[in-house]
Design a protein around this ligand. Structure first.
Ligand code: ZN
Length: 718
C-alpha cells in the first residue's frame, strides 16, 4: 500500500498573517511536537497563503519566477522544514491557495479574472472574503498555476493540496471560456439560467469539465516532477447545490489522490449530530481515499478552538467512516495550550490501533443513492410544488400557511428542488443511522448491475434523474432478486433532467397511472393504515408528507397505506379515505419493490417527525436480510460495522453523539450497557479497544458497560 492508501492524519497549523513566525521556531521541536502531541502523520505547510487581501501569488519558498511573501525572501519554508517533518514520519503537503488573489495582482493580468454573465469580474461584484478576486481555469492563468505547482514539487515535498480553484456561481464568461465553449458547442454561452434550454445544461457540463481538465493538467504537472507526488483539491461534498461551483468528486477523482471536502462546524448551521459522518460516508463512496476537513475553530471565530467534545465527535465520525481526518488549527500567537488534548485522544487511539482500520470492508447490504445528476438537473414537472406554503407553525392564534404564491423564477425553482433532494438524502441518512441499520452510499456511476450486486437493498430517495441505462440496470438488479425502496419522482427524468415517458419504469414501480400532486400543505393531512403495518396498528393516522403524488396502483400490487382526502386548512374535519395508496409493494421477478408516492424521506429530513422515520426503517428492514450483528443503543449512538477478512474479525465502531442538547456540545452524556447480538456461531472473543476488556455475555447479548465518546468493539471469529 502507498502511504496515502493507509490511514492518514492530517493537520494544517496556521499562523495566519504571522506566517513568518515559523522562522523563529525550533523546527525540529515543532515537527516533534506535532508528531508526539497531536499524533499526525501528514502536515500541510502553507506555500501560498489564503490570507487577506488575497495572497495566492506570494510564495513562502523558493520558486523560480514567483514573488516571495514578505519575510520569506531569505527563508525557504518548504526546504527548511521538510527534513524535520520526514525525521518524525510526517509527510509534507503544500497548501497552495488557488482561488484568492489581491486586486493589485489581478491588475497585472486583467484577462485572467473570472467573469460573470454581465461581463464584470467576479471579484469586483463579490469581493472574496471581503477583499480580492479569483481567476479562470480556462485563462492563461492555468499555465501560471502549473508552473507554480512544478516549482513547489521541486522542493521534494510529498505533494500538494489546491484550495480552489472553483468556477464561481454565474461564471465564467471570460473571452477564453467563450472561445472554448464555441469551439465545443458552436454557440455563445447562454446569458441566463434557463433549465428548459439545452445549451444552458451544456454550459453546466462545460464548467464542470473545465475544472476537471484543470485538475488533470495540474496532476500532470505534479507527476512530471515527482511521479509519486500526490495532488488533490477542495472538491466539494454531497450538498446538492455543488454544481454551482462546478464541484463533483465523480468528475474529479480520476485526477486526484484524495477526495476531500469541508465539514466545518458552525453553531447556527449544524444540521444533525451526524454531520461529519455524513460527509465522510459520502466521500468514501468514491474510489479514492477520503478526507474530511474539519476546522478546529469555534465556527468563524478562527482564533478560538472548538469545544473539545465537538472536536472529538468530528474526528471520531471521520475515522469510523473510513475517511481520513484533517483539521486546521489557527494559532497566530502560539498560545492555545492544551488544545492538542481532545485531538490527541482520538488520533492517538487511531494511531495505536491502526491494524483495526486497514483492509476492512463495510458489512452493509443496503446502498443509499446520492444522485448528483438529480441535484444538478432535477426540476419537478409539478407547478404546485413551487407554491409558498409556509412552515405550518401555529403561534399567537395564527398558523403560517405561506402566501400560496407560485415561485416563477428558474433559479428559485431550482433551489426548491435542491432543497427537496437535500432533505431526502438527509432524512434517509438520519433515519437509517439512528435506527442502526448499516448502509453505504453509492453514486450515480455505481448504478450498474456489477456494483449493485454487492448489495441486497437499493434505496433511491427521489433519485429523479436516471439515464435509460441506469433504469435498466436497476430493473435487472431487482429482477435477479434485489430489493428496492424508492419514492416520489424517482426515474421520471433522464440524466439531464428531461421528462421521460417511460411507462415500463412506472409499471416497474407498480404504478398504473399518475393523476397529479396532492395540494402541498404543511400540516393536517394524513395517511391511514388499512391493515397493520410494522409498528402501526390498523386505522392509525400518520402525518402525510407535504409532497405526495396521486397514483393508481397496478393490479396485484399491495397497498397497506392510503392517503386521506386533502384538507385545505387546519382545524377542519378529517377527509375520507381517498382512492390513492400511500405505499405500493410489488414483487418483480425474483425481487421486490416498495414505492412511496410521497416524499417521505425529505419530510423526515426537514420536519423530523418520527412516524416517517419509523416508516422508512420499517420498509428497509422488511426488504433486508437478517443482520449479522444487532446493536441495541440509543439513536444518538452511531454504529459502523466492518469485516476484516485477513484476520476473520468484525470491527464495530461506536460513536456517542449524546450531548447536552445544544451545539456545540460541551459534554458527552455516557451511554450504559450497549448490547450487541452476534448472529454467528463461531465467535471466539469479543473485546473493546478503549480499555481492552473482554465483553461479558448476558443472555444473547455481549454488553459494553459504558461508552463515553468513541470506542471499537472487536469480534474475533474462530
Ligand atoms: Zn473564463
Amino acid at each position: 500500500m502507498k502511504w496515502y492508501e493507509k490511514p492518514v492524519r492530517m493537520m494544517r497549523w496556521d499562523y495566519m498573517n504571522n506566517i513568518t513566525k515559523m522562522r523563529e521556531m525550533d523546527l525540529d521541536k515543532l515537527a516533534k511536537m506535532k508528531k508526539e502531541k497531536w499524533h499526525i502523520n501528514c502536515e500541510w505547510i502553507v506555500g501560498t497563503p489564503g490570507i487577506s487581501p488575497g495572497g495566492g501569488y506570494l510564495t513562502t519558498f523558493k520558486a523560480e519566477g514567483f514573488q516571495r511573501y514578505p519575510g520569506f525572501e531569505d527563508f525557504d519554508s518548504l526546504r527548511e522544514y521538510l527534513p524535520y517533518a520526514h525525521k518524525y514520519g510526517i509527510k509534507l503537503l503544500v497548501y497552495l491557495n488557488m482561488h484568492w488573489y489581491s486586486y493589485e495582482f489581478a491588475k497585472i493580468h486583467p484577462d485572467w479574472e473570472q467573469t460573470t454573465s454581465n461581463g464584470q469580474a467576479y471579484g469586483k461584484i463579490h469581493p472574496l472574503y471581503g477583499n480580492g478576486t479569483t481567476f479562470c481555469v480556462n485563462s492563461p492563468w492555468r499555465d501560471w498555476a502549473f508552473k507554480l505547482i512544478k516549482e513547489t514539487m521541486k522542493a521534494k515535498v510529498d505533494g500538494i493540496f489546491l484550495d480552489g480553484p472553483v468556477v464561481f456561481p454565474d461564471c465564467c464568461y471570460c473571452q477564453y471560456c467563450q472561445e472554448k465553449f464555441k469551439k465545443v458547442y458552436g454557440k455563445d454561452i447562454p446569458g441566463v439560467e434557463d433549465w428548459k434550454d439545452n445549451l444552458w445544461k451544456n454550459f453546466v457540463e462545460f464548467r464542470r469539465n473545465s475544472l476537471a481538465e484543470f485538475l488533470r493538467d495540474a496532476q500532470n504537472a505534479v507527476k512530471e516532477i515527482n511521479p509519486e507526488g500526490v495532488i488533490f483539491l477542495n472538491a466539494g461534498g454531497w450538498q446538492p447545490s455543488g454544481w454551482r461551483a462546478a464541484r463533483d468528486i465523480e468528475k474529479m477523482e480520476s485526477y486526484q489522490d484524495f477526495n476531500g471536502a469541508e465539514e466545518f462546524f458552525h453553531s447556527k448551521r449544524a444540521r444533525t449530530i451526524f454531520d461529519t459522518s455524513m460527509m465522510a460516508k459520502y466521500l468514501r463512496a468514491g474510489e479514492k481515499p477520503a478526507v474530511v476537513f474539519s476546522d478546529y475553530t469555534m465556527g468563524s471565530w478562527h482564533y478560538i478552538p472548538l469545544e473539545p467534545a465537538e472536536m472529538k465527535l468530528a474526528l471520531a465520525q471521520t475515522i469510523a467512516n473510513q475517511a481520513n481526518p484533517w483539521f486546521a488549527f489557527f494559532d497566530p500567537l502560539a498560545k492555545n495550550r492544551g488544545a492538542n488534548e481532545p485531538v490527541a485522544e482520538i488520533l492517538e487511539f487511531a494511531e495505536k490501533n491502526e491494524e483495526y482500520y486497514i483492509k476492512s470492508s463495510s458489512v452493509a447490504r443496503i446502498a443509499l443513492h446520492f444522485s448528483r445528476q438529480s441535484s444538478t438537473y432535477y426540476l419537478s414537472q409539478f407547478d404546485s410544488l413551487y407554491k409558498d406554503i409556509g412552515t405550518g407553525k401555529e403561534e399567537g392564534l395564527m398558523v403560517d400557511q405561506g402566501t400560496g404564491k407560485l415561485v416563477i423564477d428558474w433559479r428559485k425553482r431550482k433551489s426548491v428542488n435542491e432543497f427537496l433532494l437535500y432533505n431526502a438524502y438527509l432524512g434517509s441518512y438520519l433515519s437509517l443511522t439512528r435506527g442502526h441499520i448499516p448502509f453505504d452510499i453509492i453514486l450515480d456511476k455505481d448504478l450498474t448491475l456489477k456494483k449493485l450486486k454487492r448489495y441486497e437493498v437499493l434505496i433511491l430517495p427521489n433519485s429523479a434523474c436516471l439515464s435509460k441505462k441506469q433504469r435498466e440496470s436497476i430493473k435487472e438488479f431487482i429482477g435477479q432478486g434485489g430489493k428496492l425502496f424508492t419514492s416520489f419522482e424517482t426515474g421520471f427524468y433522464d440524466e439531464r433532467g428531461n421528462l421521460v415517458e417511460d411507462k415500463d419504469w412506472k409499471n416497474f414501480l407498480g404504478v398504473e397511472k399518475i393523476e397529479g400532486l396532492f395540494p402541498p400543505m404543511a400540516g393536517e393531512n394524513y395517511i391511514i393504515t388499512k391493515e397493520e403495518f410494522g409498528r402501526f396498528q390498523k386505522n392509525k393516522l400518520i402525518e402525510r408528507p407535504i409532497l405526495a403524488l396521486k397514483v393508481k396502483a397496478e393490479n396485484g400490487v399491495k397497498t397497506p397505506l392510503f392517503f386521506l382526502n386533502p384538507i385545505p386548512r387546519v382545524y377542519m374535519p378529517l377527509g375520507d379515505v381517498s382512492s390513492y395508496p400511500a405505499l405500493l409493494i410489488k414483487k418483480y421477478i425474483k425481487g421486490k419493490i416498495i414505492y412511496s408516492p410521497s416524499l417521505l424521506e425529505a419530510f423526515y429530513g426537514e420536519y423530523r417527525i418520527k412516524s416517517s422515520s419509523y416508516l422508512i426503517n420499517q420498509i428497509v428492514e422488511m426488504l433486508s436480510p437478517k443482520k449479522i450483528i444487532e446493536v441495541k443503543a440509543p439513536p444518538t449512538v452511531e454504529v459502523e460495522i466492518y469485516y476484516q477478512k485477513d484476520s476473520s474479525r468484525y470491527i464495530i465502531h461506536l460513536i456517542n453523539g449524546s450531548g447536552d442538547m445544544e451545539r456545540p456540545i460541551s459534554n458527552f452524556i455516557p451511554v450504559f450497557e450497549i448490547k450487541i447480538k452476534i448472529n454467528k456461531k463461531d465467535v471466539k472473543r469479543v473485546f473493546n479497544l478503549r480499555d481492552k476488556r473482554k465483553l461479558e455475555k448476558i443472555n444473547d447479548f455481549y454488553v459494553l458497560p459504558k461508552l463515553i465518546d468513541y470506542d471499537i468493539i472487536v469480534i474475533e471469529l474462530k
